[in-house]
Design a protein around this ligand. Structure first.
Ligand SMILES: C[S@@+](CC[C@H](N)C(=O)[O-])C[C@H]1O[C@@H](n2cnc3c(N)ncnc32)[C@H](O)[C@@H]1O
Length: 345
């Protein structure tokens, strides 16, 4: 979806952009090609191997900044807090993570059951499965994997670990296959279980929610947010986030009148899918959904790149200056939607 992402980000030569999910730099490279000498590209990834690849390829480029960590913490990076003209999150795992058996992401390749994007932080999948309660395992499989057989699989995991630790990806894949009835599904029976455990051990949905908030704060008016999701849980969070900041909540005549709603974002087009040529070359792209939104500010809808700084505006409003910005145009955050990823019925 590189072309659609570039179109969505609308890169300008001297802008500052953040790629929060560097991976192996497919998108970063295209952004950099469009930047002039005064442009900046900030790269983040949780994965030390991705960061090492970024250092190798872009470390000497004075326009590039590189930081290892979650995009949820982008607000703590002074370079990013200075104001961004575009933010990209290309969610999920990279091909190198899936392809290397030693990372433990793939049920198709036997390796240690790890699944952490940052192997130096948090608990591995094997550690978590060794101690989690049966009910917690079932809830994770249901909530993050939408796995219909979550209870059966959780029961089988707990029974198996009493005999021997579940330490390898192939062991878990076989266990799931033997615990679930053969259905008409064309996907491997362990697909949803692996997805769910990966999302859980990497705190992917919590990071996404925090990352969207942080991106909105760091963007300048006119700046663009582009997010590529790979499953409905992620896309739902992105869709609701954009709606929450773009559309007024429904009014309730029984409640006292709320402060007037002022949008902070506008959605740019509808959700977009990968084109057929890309899906043919990379079947994983079949599930990709891109959403783009633009941050609003003074002169809503206009490109305000480089013109206004939201922090300064807030300060002016607090001092009672700039009544236009304070009373009608400047954003008031609303939180209409719950942050959770969905629950068990
Ligand atoms: C789908 S790949 C990105 C591919 C990249 N756009 C490219 O063109 O090569 C996702 C990458 O994001 C990283 N990642 C996922 N969640 C992250 C987060 N919350 N913070 C930072 N990096 C994250 C993963 O480690 C992985 O390297």
């Amino acid at each position: 979806m590189v072309a659609q992402v570039m179109e969505g980000l609308r890169v300008v030569e001297d802008g500052t952009y953040l790629d929060g999910t560097f991976g192996r730099g497919g998108h970063a490279r295209c952004v950099l090609e469009r930047l002039g000498e005064r442009g900046r590209l900030l790269l983040m990834d949780k994965d030390p191997e991705a960061i090492a690849a970024a250092e190798r390829e872009f470390g000497a480029d004075p326009r590039v900044g590189i930081r290892r960590g979650s995009f949820a913490e982008l607000g703590g990076w002074p370079d990013a807090a200075g104001g961004l003209d575009g933010v990209l999150f290309d969610l999920g795992v990279s091909s190198p993570q899936l392809d290397v058996a030693g990372r433990g992401f793939s049920f198709g390749k036997d390796g240690p059951l790890d699944m952490r994007m940052d192997p130096e932080s948090g608990r591995s999948a094997a550690d978590w499965l060794a101690t989690a309660e049966e009910r917690e395992i079932a809830d994770v499989l249901w909530t993050y994997g939408e796995e219909r057989h979550s209870r059966r699989i959780a029961r089988a995991i707990v029974a198996q670990r009493a005999a021997a630790p579940i330490a390898r990806t192939a062991q878990l894949a076989e266990l799931v296959a033997s615990a679930t009835p053969r259905g008409a599904d064309r996907i491997h029976p362990a697909t949803r279980t692996f997805q769910a455990i990966r999302i859980h051990v990497n705190r992917e949905l919590a990071d996404l929610e925090a990352g969207l908030d942080a991106a909105l704060e760091a963007l300048r008016p006119g700046g663009r947010l582009a997010v590529i999701s790979f499953h409905s849980l992620e896309d739902r969070i992105v869709k609701r986030f954009v709606a929450r900041h773009a559309k007024a909540p429904p009014t309730n005549r029984r409640l006292p009148e709320a402060a007037p709603f002022v949008p902070r974002l506008r959605a740019i087009g509808d959700a977009r899918k990968a084109e057929s040529g890309e899906v043919a070359a990379n079947p994983r792209a079949r599930s990709a959904v891109l959403r783009v939104a633009e941050k609003l500010g003074i002169g809503n809808g206009e490109s305000g790149i480089g013109k206004a700084d939201p922090a300064q505006l807030t300060a002016r409003m607090r001092r009672g200056e700039s009544r236009t910005a304070a009373s009608s145009r400047f954003p008031i955050p609303h939180s209409r939607f719950p942050a959770s990823a969905g629950g068990r019925p």
